[in-house]
Design a protein around this ligand. Sequence first.
Ligand SMILES: Cc1cc2nc3c(=O)[nH]c(=O)nc-3n(C[C@H](O)[C@H](O)[C@H](O)COP(=O)(O)OP(=O)(O)OC[C@H]3O[C@@H](n4cnc5c(N)ncnc54)[C@H](O)[C@@H]3O)c2cc1C
Length: 396
Amino acid sequence: MITRNELKNTVFHTAVIGGGASGLMCAGSFDRSKIILEHNAKPGAKVSVSGGGNCNFSNRFTAPSDYVSQNKHFCKNALAAFTPQDFVHLLDEQHIPWEERSNGQLFAFGAQAIVQWLVRRAQQANTQILTDTQALDVRRENGLFVVDSSAGPVRAQYLVLACGGLSFPALGASSFGVKMAQKFGLSVVEQRPALVGLTFPKELREPFKRLAGNSLPATVSCGKHTFTAPLLFTHEGVSGPAVLQISLYWTPGQPVTLNFLPEEDANAFLHARKNTCKTFTAALRGKLPGKTASTLLAGLPDDLANASRATLEEAARRLNRFSFVPAGTAGYTRAEVTAGGVDTRQINPSTCEVRSVPGLYVIGELQDVTGRLGGFNLQWAWSSGFAAAKALEKKF
Ligand SMILES: Cc1cc2nc3c(=O)[nH]c(=O)nc-3n(C[C@H](O)[C@H](O)[C@H](O)COP(=O)(O)OP(=O)(O)OC[C@H]3O[C@@H](n4cnc5c(N)ncnc54)[C@H](O)[C@@H]3O)c2cc1C
């Protein structure tokens, strides 16, 4: 471990603020004297809990279209230069086992193995990792970057901001990266929680509360985006993979539509059962959990045999096109990622270097690049971290 005195007298080639996914990948991918400043007690906190502890580290089908950004072509170069296969290759070299699950999602068996390897790899590439050390400010002095930190000033020729987004403050998330980017004159695309549950408007909270904890397959749509996957009712609204995916595209005020019978035209389905089933409850048995059906159809007479055309249409609408305007999201404490961030129009897409501040690099979730659910965000951390490393490797 470097002492305070050594720290004071050392000029590092590169200082990396943030020992998360992108910072560790960057530091481990080139061999120059480096320091990582990480305010958590351990590096890689989010990687450790990712994928429910099994780290959904990438997705085999990763493509630029899986990312949301104001600058949609930005992610192309870095993704092409460091692909999911490249990450898998590194894992294979280390004999770290992994598996492919549905929709190309690549998982490890235990995230800790990945964190430990990333840390080891960075250390082997000449990196000091200073944990429990908070970066407090950044300034320029005599052509160097000086990071004022809780361990004292840290000097380096090059600086990488790898401080992540605002989600999960309990895991170390902070607004430091955005503040420093702004200090260097960079603009920031408004940040918002994403891959997060949506909350019901006040009038739906009470009636749907009884469904909290229930999960079922559904199609969730917002604007031109649609996802079919499990939906989970929560105490305050809806969550689960289908909702998390749509939350990336949802903006406040936009309606979200839930289809609880994605494989059926509910109107035709109910019509066809008018003569054989007396009640809606009976007709929907086996199609929808009883409690969900009765909550959705609350207020309508449960008499399918004698239902008027208007009642049938209303029931079908609720089953196939249940539309509401979410009150909001479950917030940063539950959001898997933060959408928005440092505007990538100011960043070189091949190197992640800030165009207007030579020597300053911005990588990972701090950038305005947000992936869908399924391993895309960690892949972006790896790809952007690697892009910066390959550029920094050439600097003396
Ligand atoms: C619960 C959860 C599960 C997830 N699961 C997945 C998954 O399975 N697959 C996937 O692709 N993505 C997943 N993600 C998203 C993924 O973890 C992030 O997108 C990714 O870690 C971003 O990498 P990063 O390096 O940009 O930021 P981070 O990994 O968040 O690293 C940023 C680091 O900077 C440190 N830091 C911040 N401010 C300071 C400061 N002032 N001084 C010093 N250090 C500082 C933080 O402590 C943190 O360690 C998950 C996220 C969460 C919250």
